[in-house]
Design a binder for this molecule. Structure first.
Ligand SMILES: [Zn+2]
Length: 135
């Protein structure tokens, strides 16, 4: 099994860690934000969108990819801070639907560094666990 991050997983994880999963407002067109003006005219930030959920401006880079080590650490800390870390690890071990085969399960039992070794895989497993109501 491959562990591929999807938009659905990204949305689940973003909301799980308490952040807004920004969505484009209206026609989804970028707006130009005036940041300053001088005698030559206005200076704008471009490629920003208005979020229809939180009403803030955002760029596409503001949404987490959940494929980076930094995003994995955000999810890991959320799991620890909310008392879900052991449930998550247990879920990964017992729910073989999440895992390739017994060798993956053995990898977790032997050494849970396997979970941390691949940030995208870690976050996909966390999103699956959240969607199943385990964490
Ligand atoms: Zn938003």
């Amino acid at each position: 099994m491959t562990y591929k991050m999807t938009d659905e997983y990204r949305k689940v994880l973003t909301e799980m860690i308490g952040e807004c999963s920004h969505e484009k407002d209206g026609l989804g067109m970028p707006c130009a934000i005036l940041i300053s003006s001088d005698r030559f005219g206005g200076h704008y930030r471009i490629n920003e969108y208005r979020c229809k959920k939180c009403d803030k401006n955002f760029t596409l880079k503001d949404n987490h990819s959940f494929t980076t080590d930094a995003d994995m650490m955000k999810v890991f800390r959320w799991l620890v801070d909310n008392g879900k870390w052991n449930k998550f690890k247990y879920c990964c071990v017992v729910n073989k639907a999440h895992l390739d085969d017994d060798s993956d399960t053995a990898k977790i039992i032997e050494n849970d560094t396997w979970l941390h070794y691949n940030s995208e895989r870690f976050n996909v497993l966390a999103a699956m666990a959240k969607m199943e109501g385990v964490i």
